[in-house]
Design a protein around this ligand. Sequence first.
Ligand SMILES: NC(=O)c1ccc[n+]([C@@H]2O[C@H](COP(=O)([O-])OP(=O)(O)OC[C@H]3O[C@@H](n4cnc5c(N)ncnc54)[C@H](O)[C@@H]3O)[C@@H](O)[C@H]2O)c1
Length: 278
Amino acid sequence: MQEFVGKAAFVTGGASGIGLALCRALAEAGGKVMLADIEEAALDAAVASLEGSGPEIQGVVCDVADPASVEAAAEATFSAFGKVHFLCNNAGVGARGGVDHIALNNWRWVIDVNLIGVVNGVRTFLPHMRAHGEGGHIVNTASIAGMINRFHGFHPYAATKFAVVGMSEGLAVELKPFGIGVSILCPGVVRTNILESARNRSERYGPTTPPDPANPLYTRLAELVRTGMEPAEVARRVLEAIRKDELYVFTHPETREAVEQRFQSILAAFGRAAAPTV
Ligand SMILES: NC(=O)c1ccc[n+]([C@@H]2O[C@H](COP(=O)([O-])OP(=O)(O)OC[C@H]3O[C@@H](n4cnc5c(N)ncnc54)[C@H](O)[C@@H]3O)[C@@H](O)[C@H]2O)c1
């Protein structure tokens, strides 16, 4: 879609990081924007921070893991803006740990937010986007961890991001006839609040152990995030991808080599299938 003026966007995880930057970019491009987030105080602050940057900016509290909550947020958005053309399924959380130490409840939490959250967004908004017939665009935030998982202890996170990539590739094919584009956002490290994800971990997932700031892996990760790419730069790429209807959105060229290596090893495995050794 080329034009944002007169159109409306629904952005999950809009209160912080990449989501907030996306909201700002969409608003500055002339779109009406609904920020949807589970963290009410941060949401209010985010909406206030965007005041004046676009024609209409509103916020709605929403837990993407809960279909009823997403439906209620969608209804609020339709009431406010009428039609929605841009759906950014961006809310996401990370929980890490060695494979033997990841609690089942952490798997559930990460899967519920990062994968079922995207499913809930698509299931709720797609019938509306198809019905209004004006076309639109869905941006699903995956990660470079949806292309490669070489990172110690990110298995639930990577599993959900690989799933988002797979789901989005299929959606792109299915939605093309309706004039609805799909982009899969796969950033490397971005300077956001992702390492404090547990701030929004619902009590229904039981107790969790907070990250240990003395753990060298955590310290290294915290430094990477602190010096990571600015969210505004990621948002700039996303708007370009929407305009050009690009499926894959990469932001960190330095991650290319690792993806290439993975594909090479997959191709080599096909080579062995074609010429099996006896
Ligand atoms: N920061 C990075 O390095 C990086 C890299 C690749 C991908 N990503 C992805 O980018 C997306 C945004 O994360 P971020 O880095 O901006 O982190 P962030 O913590 O700054 O923002 C995430 C937002 O999602 C919200 N959220 C969390 N659980 C929610 C729920 N159940 N319902 C609704 N909102 C919820 C949070 O309140 C927060 O506002 C995530 O999907 C993340 O996996 C981040």
